[in-house]
Design a protein around this ligand. Structure first.
Ligand code: HPA
Length: 286
């Protein structure tokens, strides 16, 4: 019987992408809600709809375009995923993280994740950019669950340092140069799709969370499994539930993303440039 493994599916998808764009960039970016316009910064861009890539599911979320774009960000070639997959869309976590597996097969080394989040910590305001320093996986699931293929990564993955200190350092330094007020914090990942209750936000605060969202964590875990270096930037799009009487809406989340996209775009461009010129290689796969 011919078995079509995750490894094979990722290889097939990567082969198709290579056919369309040539050698793949070493640096990739995942664009979250409202942040899709960041891909418009790419010059000499080649875009591929997810629907064209073998084994890619379709995105169903408004504000997520569903395209892979390769092009020049400044002087550096970058791959951007314009739109991601979420567990709440009904996808299993191996589907949610499939684009990250493809990055590994393409030979990428560094990954920048972006995400819209609710701000839990008192000093966080809509529009703030938070460098994720660590996370709480509250999905009740792990994307590495199931048989492990050693070609994709190790069985028991260390998560002591998911978010690269080197890349976080670049982000802090470049934000300072750009005069962007940057903060750091712990991201709590919940399955959604409903936003949290005020009681859940009180619980998350007690657990040590600073921002809350419905993505990023499965991708970060799989990226580390795949040996990629990871930076995750959370954009605070709204105050978390209970802070005000106003309801949280997806429109507000997308609008805040669109408003912040130019600032976040400049920051990402500068971090990418630093990655490109820094001679220190990305750490070896775990
Ligand atoms: N909660 C969860 N996910 C989110 C939020 C929020 O308040 N804002 C943007 N994504």
């Amino acid at each position: 019987m011919i078995t079509h493994t995750l490894f094979d599916r990722a290889e097939e998808a990567a082969a198709y992408v290579r056919e369309r764009v040539g050698a793949a960039p070493k640096i990739a970016v995942v664009l979250g809600s409202g942040l899709n316009p960041l891909a418009d910064r790419l010059e000499e861009a080649v875009a591929i709809d997810y629907a064209e890539i073998p084994h890619f599911p379709a995105t169903t979320v408004e504000g997520h375009r569903g395209r892979l774009v390769v092009g020049l960000l400044g002087a550096t070639r970058v791959l951007m995923y314009q739109g991601r997959f979420h567990h709440y869309e009904g996808h299993d976590l191996d589907v949610v993280t499939f684009p990250i597996r493809v990055l590994q097969r393409l030979g990428a080394r560094s990954l920048i994740l972006t995400a819209a989040t609710g701000g839990i910590r008192d000093d966080l305001r809509p529009g703030d950019v938070v460098i994720i320093s660590d996370h709480l996986n509250l999905l009740g699931k792990n994307p590495l669950f199931g048989p492990n293929d050693p070609r994709l990564g190790v069985r028991f993955l260390d998560l002591g340092s998911v978010y690269s200190p080197r890349m976080r350092g670049f982000a802090v330094e470049e934000a300072t140069i750009l005069d962007i007020d940057i903060k750091a914090g712990v991201y709590a990942c919940l399955p959604g799709p409903s936003y949290e209750t005020p009681a859940e936000i009180r619980m998350l605060r007690t657990l040590g969370a600073d921002v809350v969202g419905m993505s990023t964590v499965p991708e970060a875990i799989v990226a580390r499994h795949a040996g990629l270096e990871v930076l995750a930037l959370a954009l605070v799009t709204n105050a978390a539930a209970g802070a005000t009487d106003a309801p949280i809406t997806h429109d507000e989340v997308v609008a805040a993303g669109l408003e912040a996209a130019p600032r976040l775009g400049s920051l990402i461009e500068c971090v990418v440039m630093r990655l490109d010129i820094d001679s220190e290689p990305a750490p070896p796969p775990p």
